[in-house]
Design a protein around this ligand. Structure first.
Ligand code: UT7
Length: 334
């Protein structure tokens, strides 16, 4: 059996910075509330005039990852694209990346696991590489939240949290024992509606929403039962990290760098304390980007790598929790 290693990482975020002070002009909120409850100071929101979309941002991140891996697009054998905010209802953006990169007609798979999407995607790619089916796989997480958020006081508990951006890795066949040691995937669908965007979709088509013409209808904006999600997040994040460590006979404290999905700085700080990790062992960039869902881990991985926080031989743990509920982890020997 082969191993799979991350050979190149890239990220792309829109230029448009939206500060908490900018949000104060749109809704009844404050920099103090947002920083205290979430740690977020600013986020990137796409300026629609730029034409940025999940597929184009994903492609830009992928181009960097491919270059850093010392490859060209034609070396890529397969694409895995994780997002909850695709350019189109269908098809998913994986095929658009295949086109935008000008690659031959390789397979492209779309993953719908929200905040856990990147780790789910990485796990899928890992299986293809370990069995020898593919040699180089692009795994992308990309999100365009800002266009679909309710930018009023009614939507403030969700809107202040989310940001746009993309990250990508090239997962490559290796034979030296380094790379992804294990991945762990979970779901609990009974909580699907605690963090969801219900319609328009097949349970609630556009014509139904339009015929009701109900101003109080918020089903086409993301909904989050914040306290409920928070409580589950701290439990499931911890379980996923402990599970990854136990599967590899190490302790959470042996992890050199934990790169959690950037959901809320308070959640990450809670997990850090619970796992007994130092500041050096945990990576945070939610302060600058907010929660970018499937993109948050690859953006954080990319920045951590660029900042020299990841060294050869390090144990890196990725962990995520989000809508579904889904949660997941990966332990990587760098
Ligand atoms: O990434 C996927 C997983 N997502 C998460 O893990 C997120 C989990 N949840 C959270 O991060 C937190 O629950 C939030 C940041 C969303 C909310 O923080 P909270 O401490 O749970 O606040 P809350 O919902 O209990 O609201 C407290 C108060 C309420 O006012 P009252 O009822 O006490 O008068 C809210 O109306 O804060 C109010 N509030 C706001 N005030 C100013 C809610 N949103 C805002 C806002 N600005 N943006």
């Amino acid at each position: 059996m082969y191993t799979s290693r991350i050979a190149g990482i890239g990220h792309y975020v829109p230029d448009n910075v939206v500060t908490n002070a900018d949000l104060e002009k749109m809704m009844d909120t404050s920099d103090e509330w947002i920083v205290e409850r979430t740690g977020i100071k600013e986020r990137r929101w796409i300026d629609p005039s730029t034409g940025d979309l999940p597929s184009t941002m994903g492609t830009k991140a992928a181009q960097i990852a491919i270059e850093k891996a010392g490859l060209t697009p034609d070396d890529i054998d397969f694409i895995v694209f994780a997002t909850l905010s695709p350019d189109y209802y269908f098809p998913g953006p994986g095929v658009q990346v295949q086109d935008q990169l000008g690659i031959k007609e390789i397979g492209a798979l779309d993953v719908r696991n929200q905040c856990s999407g990147f780790v789910y995607g990485l796990s899928v790619a890992d299986q293809f590489i370990k069995t020898g089916m593919y040699r180089n796989i692009l795994v992308i997480g990309s999100e365009y939240h800002s266009g679909g958020l309710e930018k009023t006081t009614r939507g403030r508990n969700v809107t202040v949290i989310f940001g746009d951006g993309a990250g990508a890795v090239v997962l490559q066949r290796g034979e030296d024992g380094k790379g992804i040691l294990s991945t762990h995937l979970h779901s609990e669908g009974k909580h699907a509606e605690e963090l969801a965007l219900i319609g328009p979709a097949t349970s609630r088509w556009v014509d139904q929403i339009m015929s009701e013409n109900d101003e109080s209808d918020t089903s086409y904006f993301p909904y989050m039962n914040g306290n409920f999600v928070f409580k589950h997040a701290v439990t499931r994040f911890s379980e996923a990290i402990i599970e990854a460590a136990a599967a590899n006979n190490v302790q959470p404290a042996d992890i050199n760098l934990l790169i959690p999905h950037q959901a809320n700085l308070r959640i990450t700080q809670f997990i850090q304390r619970k796992m007994g990790l130092s500041d050096d062992q945990v990576y945070n960039n939610i302060q600058r980007y907010g929660n970018t869902t499937a993109a948050s881990i690859p953006i954080a991985l990319s920045e951590a790598h660029m900042e020299g926080r990841i060294k050869d031989g390090d144990l890196i743990c990725l962990a995520a929790f989000g809508s579904g509920f889904t949660w997941a982890s990966a332990l990587i020997k760098w």
